[in-house]
Write a protein that binds this ligand. Structure first.
Ligand SMILES: *[C@@H]1O[C@H](CO)[C@@H](O)[C@H](O)[C@H]1NC(C)=O
Ligand SMILES: *[C@@H]1O[C@H](CO)[C@@H](O)[C@H](O)[C@H]1NC(C)=O
Ligand SMILES: *[C@@H]1O[C@H](CO)[C@@H](O)[C@H](O)[C@H]1NC(C)=O
Length: 200
């Protein structure tokens, strides 16, 4: 039965949902302002639309929340921004094969629904944040061919032990240190690819 009270609740629920959507659109638009886009792949990213779900290279779920951002080989330069941490239902962040520089933001570790994080073949530098160890749903983590330094964080290797992660490619960076052999029982389902000189 639809009572006036439940209608009021419905109106509030819809209002809250649309605030969330604008929040995600604002986050993506904040990223766009930090990107150089010579091919115009972000032309449809119009912050005046009610949500980002009609933008090219963005996919949403039925609640108009962003689940995919597909910007592989898009010719983009610029940085990753901390606002990306607001995309709370993001499953695929595909930004490989661009000219993205700067650091992997710690807040990427807030995106706990991520299944695939593909940042390979860019110019990312700095460390691999230990916060990536929070990404318990992650199956593919490809950071290869960047300028990342430091060691693979222990927190990330904990993720390997959980058994969801299938591919961890950190090859062709400037990493130091080593991980245990990939074929022991503990690492059975994960293929860890790193440079020969960083291995045991
Ligand atoms: C990320 O998570 C931390 C701790 O859980 C929180 O303090 C922070 O506000 C979050 N950042 C974003 C952008 O959601
Ligand atoms: C890559 O980005 C740098 C700045 O970070 C810029 O100087 C360079 O022109 C860019 N290269 C290409 C191919 O876009
Ligand atoms: C891992 O990264 C290296 C360097 O970018 C690449 O040559 C190799 O094909 C990658 N392997 C897999 C399985 O993705």
């Amino acid at each position: 039965m639809v009572t006036p009270i439940s209608l009021v609740f419905l109106v509030f629920a819809v209002a809250i949902a649309s605030v969330d959507c604008n929040f995600e659109g604002d986050a993506l638009y904040a990223w766009k302002t930090k990107l150089v886009d010579p091919n115009g792949v972000l032309q449809s990213w119009d912050p005046n639309l009610v949500n980002p779900c009609t933008w090219y290279h963005v996919t949403c779920d039925n609640d108009n929340s962003v689940t995919r951002v597909d910007l592989g080989n898009a010719g983009l330069s610029g940085i990753l921004v901390p606002q990306l941490g607001a995309l709370s239902n993001l499953q695929y962040l595909e930004v490989y094969g661009n000219n993205i520089s700067g650091v992997i933001q710690t807040v990427i570790g807030n995106l706990t629904t991520l299944i695939s994080l593909d940042l390979y073949q860019n110019h990312l530098s700095g460390i691999i944040p230990s916060s990536l160890g929070n990404l318990v749903s992650l199956r593919f983590l490809r950071l290869n061919s960047n300028k990342l330094s430091g060691v693979i964080p222990a927190e990330l290797l904990q993720l390997v032990r959980l058994g969801n992660l299938m591919i961890l490619n950190v090859s062709d960076n400037q990493l130091v240190g080593s991980v245990h052999r990939t074929n022991t029982r503990k690492f059975a389902v994960t293929t860890i690819i790193q440079d020969p000189r960083a291995q045991k």
